[in-house]
Design a protein around this ligand. Structure first.
Ligand code: SF4
Ligand code: SF4
Length: 155
């Protein structure tokens, strides 16, 4: 998730391996989809998506409420790296890291393209209003949703 925004032009067009740490962090669109729990079928290995959010996800902003200390609070929180991103098959198709790792451009609603961090929500790609906290949800099996349940209406 983004910290201060780097000022080096269209850095997001660079190969992900060439990004600075701040540029890498700034690539996140803030959709919150990667902070939803998944269930893996032990027999088939299939991954099922749910609308249940990690307890640290702020459901009003779609952002981690304690990003700096998240690994201490949620040990299995995924820390994406340029090397790792291609090995995480459940990242949403709209994830900025996945898109850039595949050499695809960022969508028009990404804040780096449009200059507005709220556009991810307006375009329907944020989990805001679509997710429930794990604190309240109960069994994950009761919250399985289609993979594209928050895939939005605009590319
Ligand atoms: S899915 Fe990708 S772009 Fe969306 S919040 Fe997670 S890391 Fe950021
Ligand atoms: S700790 Fe923060 S970044 Fe990690 S899954 Fe939870 S809300 Fe997302």
């Amino acid at each position: 998730m983004p910290g201060s925004l780097p000022s080096s032009g269209r850095f997001w067009d660079k190969p992900i391996e060439a990004l600075t740490r701040d540029e890498w962090e700034a690539l996140c669109d803030g959709c919150g989809k990667c902070c939803l729990h998944k269930l893996e079928d032990e027999d088939t290995g299939d991954v099922h998506h749910t609308n249940v959010a990690c307890r640290l996800l702020d459901l009003s902003t779609g952002r981690c409420s304690d990003y700096r200390h998240r690994k201490a609070m949620v040990p299995d929180c995924l820390r994406l790296t340029p090397r790792l991103v291609r090995d995480v098959p459940w990242l949403p198709a709209t994830c900025a890291y996945r898109l850039r790792a595949d050499g695809q451009p960022l969508p028009a609603w990404h804040y780096l393209e449009c200059g507005d961090r709220e556009e991810v929500r307006r375009a329907g790609h944020s989990v805001i209003g679509k997710a429930i906290s794990e604190v309240l949800a109960g069994p994950l099996e009761e919250h399985i949703v289609p993979e594209d349940f928050a895939s939005g209406v605009r590319r």
